[in-house]
Design a protein around this ligand. Sequence first.
Ligand code: GUN
Ligand code: FE
Length: 453
Amino acid sequence: MSINHFKVVVKGQAYSASSPDNINYMNDALFCIDQNGYISDIYMPQHSKYSEIMGIAHAKGYLHELHSGQYILPGFIDLHIHAPQWPNLGKALDRPLEQWLQQYTFPLEARYKDLDYAQKIYHHLVKTLLTHGTTTAVYFATVHREPSLELGKICLELGQRALIGKVAMDDVDNCPSYYRDCSAEHGISETRRFIRELLELPGNEKGRVLPVITPRFIPCCSDELLSGLGELAQETGCHIQTHCSESDWEHNYVIERYGVTDCQALYNHGLMTHKTILAHCNHINDGDISLIKSVSAGIAHCPLSNFYFANSVFPLRQSLNKNLNIGLGSDISAGHSPSVFEACRHAITASKALNDGVNSQLPPELRGCPESSVSFREAFWLATGGGGKVLDLPIGQLREGYLFDAMVIDTTGDESDINIRDDDTTDDILQKLIYTTHRNNICEVWVNGDKVS
Ligand code: GUN
Ligand code: FE
């Protein structure tokens, strides 16, 4: 592309991961963003055209230069978040999953048939997530089609990339009468209409907001609904999301109902594709892992909510070793933080607990699962490139051909907890960024080459 046609050229130091164990630090890089928001070129200072490109961008007024205490990271990808649960953040986490759902979560989600309420809450949530550096979110909305479309409109308005599902749930035993699709047929036809209407929203010509087929989880769905949504997935090629083998109760419910695990049951209903995002997967077995791998489905690891509702720790290290596609989710409001930085930290902490074990009354050799811990580098990958790979979208990496979705972290200023010292290596600095960045350090957020926050 001609250098006269860039939307913006961003100059600064940056980190990007191309795999769980390959992180690239770029100093004084020039990120040249084309009119469609893609990174068309990255020039490093040793390149023969570097000065010329910078000079032209400066002269034409589209050079955006960061200062020395600022770092560019790919925008974070939250692979699993329940938008309507935002008002319940930090509430009822002392209850088990089934009670939390029936007594707190379903009554709250039912309120979203009120479009004004949905509008107000969703606007506040999307704005907040952007300030935390979440440039892409994969949302569960509610069973209501129009309020779920409203979430799409708000993401378009505020500039967030999003994948959004109208939740499908029809089971008369496990869904309350006041909050469910009135039949399987209705759940399928409303999902079909939602897909079309979301893709046709004004301003969505480039597909920055995408629909997701969203059977809530097997206990809430009839066989007819599951297989109808499987057929719809085949017909439309849309992403699919659901909860999978989250807790003992949920995992055993599926085995009792079908005689097979969640993964196998979802596969039998046509719901396991390379565009499926499986939230949790804490209780998966070797057969499930093989199945996930054979279809290239993705996993949304939600370490914080798992401490409350999962009854176990997801075998993250083991799943990474098997090359599964994995990213991170906040799982609001089963998780009580909107920050994917927090998800990184909890993924590391959970893996350490799994590695060492937690019961001090057992001898060390019987306490944990050795070789289970993950590092800050792998957590960084999961929050960025890993999420992009799960979604099969060119996001999560600062790399030519990828969309410029990014955040800028400012480590300077009195309000910063990030203490960079002269003797820190570039690896040390990334570690400090992962552990000590707070919302107030995130000074710029970019989606599609546009500054949105
Ligand atoms: N299983 C079914 N629905 C939900 C939900 O909203 N949150 C969590 N964590 N698990 C679920
Ligand atoms: Fe969830």
